[in-house]
Ligand binder design. Structure first.
Ligand code: AMP
Length: 362
């Protein structure tokens, strides 16, 4: 008798996850449901993902010996945030499959490359301009009626590395703040809504797309997500087609998140994330197969699951001290509380989330 009752026709048993935050934690938990082990690679010792994984390497992203040992210990590798160096992924990819590919990561890491790629593929984005100095910033602003958002090309998240500019802005001071980082100026988009589209793509090119999710940001951080978004059916279809086309163009494997602005009946892509996404957390509880399980399925060669929603849902992040509400939230009907195992509830830190379900009205 064998002690191992996992599926025999799939040799993938251990998934390496680079990055140790809450996304890695929820990927690991979803993997466990499928009988998969996870091995976390993360520089920080007490990370949320390592608490629920079977193995953990605490090492720097440029520690080649540790990366090689990690790659040797796992069957396939993924990553859970997009600011890891492309060189880290390339090093691992020399000996193990990494999904999504370094190509998708490289594009998503640089706003200029990302927006240029979207345009090349025929998708709409806000007007954007490469900024190298005061003259290029003034010229770009003149083309955007004097207003716009200056964004660092790299390493921006949750509103960090962004400056909203208008006629009153002290441009020289803003450029001093920017400190020589490469940047773009984006035209201000008069959007009616912000939405995200999550699509999973398997190694065989099959796709499973979730219904469009509507997002509200506060202080540049995601505050709440609602499924489904209030969009006409035709625009929902356009969004899904766009997501599938984009995933194919990137030769993508895994879950891809696409954040868009809705302006009338147009969708402008703001940015993509080559990973599971905060706005997709509600799929865990509201869809037959949620984003975390879907990602694990895609990278291990399982068939993709049913992305259909069985319920409507609203997800709210629990930031900093809001985690203290957990007891009240946990007692509410049709409510799922997810906590990330972080010890230090610093202001604004993502400590958990809560998803409230309601019946689907169709
Ligand atoms: P980002 O870091 O690019 O996701 O931007 C964070 C948030 O800033 C977005 O979710 C929007 O609410 C807002 N924002 C970003 N870019 C623009 C834009 N070009 N026009 C209007 N609002 C924007």
């Amino acid at each position: 008798m064998t002690a191992d009752s996992r599926p025999k026709d799939n040799a993938i048993k251990t998934i390496g996850i680079v990055g140790g935050g809450q996304l890695g934690r929820m990927l690991a938990l979803a993997g466990a449901e499928l009988g998969l082990n996870t091995h976390i690679y993360c520089p920080e010792a007490d990370c949320p993902a390592a608490q629920v994984s079977s193995a953990f390497t605490a090492a720097a992203y440029d520690d080649e010996a540790a990366l090689s040992a990690f790659a040797a210990a796992v069957d396939v590798v993924t990553y859970e945030f997009e600011n890891i160096p492309v060189a880290t992924v390339a090093h691992i990819a020399a000996t193990k499959n990494v999904f999504p590919s370094a190509k998708a990561l490289k594009i998503a890491q640089d706003r200029f490359e990302e927006k240029s790629f979207m345009r090349m593929q025929g998708f709409d984005v806000a007007d954007f301009f490469d900024i190298t100095d005061l003259a290029s910033l003034e010229a770009a602003l003149a083309q955007c009626d004097g207003t716009g958002i200056l964004k660092t090309r790299r390493f921006g998240y949750d509103g960090k590395g962004q400056w909203r500019l208008d006629g009153d802005s002290e441009l020289a001071a803003v450029l001093a703040d920017l400190g020589g980082q490469a940047a773009i100026l984006e035209a201000l988009v008069p959007f009616e809504r912000e939405v995200s589209i999550l699509v999973a793509r398997g190694q065989d090119g099959a796709t499973a797309c979730y219904d469009v999710i509507e997002n509200v940001h506060r202080n540049h951080i995601l505050h709440s997500s609602t499924l489904p978004a209030q969009l006409p059916a035709a625009l929902q279809e356009t969004a899904k087609n766009m997501a599938e086309k984009l995933a194919a163009a990137l030769d993508y494997v895994g879950v891809l998140a696409i954040e868009c602005f809705v302006v009338g009946d147009a969708l402008l892509i703001n940015e993509i994330a080559p990973r599971v996404h905060n706005s997709g957390h509600l799929t865990q509880d509201a869809c037959h197969v949620g984003q975390f399980e879907q990602h694990m399925r895609a990278i291990t060669g399982w068939p993709l699951g049913d992305a259909t929603a069985h319920s409507n849902a609203v997800m709210s992040n629990l930031l900093g001290g809001q985690i203290e509400q957990w007891r009240d939230l946990a007692a509410q009907k049709a409510t799922h509380v997810h906590l990330y195992g972080k010890a230090d509830a610093r202001p604004g830190r993502k400590m958990g989330h809560v998803t409230r379900l309601s019946p689907k009205n169709n």
